[in-house]
Design a protein around this ligand. Structure first.
Ligand code: FES
Length: 116
């Protein structure tokens, strides 16, 4: 597993999400109350950018497009796409799929991510 530099901790304000490209991967990096987390940058439903989404309760990321919700720490689907009404008809070709997650660490004010 390779460890790659993301950037300065000060550039990741608490409660926000930021898009980063690290070692050829597009990531969404989240600054939560207990630390920093990273997932793949695109929603597993129809690939909307998760950095345009909304963090809910310091725990979930809600995709802005069809409102799928994922646990940021585990990547698990909490609620699948359900907006606007009728989008569920598409879901038989877009089954629930968790986000990939990547461990983030902080060393001397710098964030690092482990990508396998
Ligand atoms: S693209 Fe994210 S919920 Fe549809």
């Amino acid at each position: 597993m390779a460890k790659s530099k993301i950037g300065a901790q000060d550039d990741f304000p608490r409660g926000q999400t930021k898009a980063c490209q690290v070692a050829g991967y597009d990531l969404a990096v989240y600054a939560l109350s207990d630390g920093y987390y990273a997932t793949q940058a695109r929603c597993t439903h129809l690939k909307a950018s998760l950095t345009d989404g909304k963090i809910i309760d310091d725990q979930l990321i809600q995709c802005h497009r069809h409102h799928a919700r994922f646990d940021i720490r585990s990547g698990e689907v909490v609620d699948w796409a359900n907006f606007p009404p009728g989008i569920q008809l598409l879901n038989f070709i877009c089954p629930r799929k968790a986000l990939k997650t990547f461990p983030v660490s902080v060393e001397d004010g710098t964030l690092y991510v482990e990508i396998s």
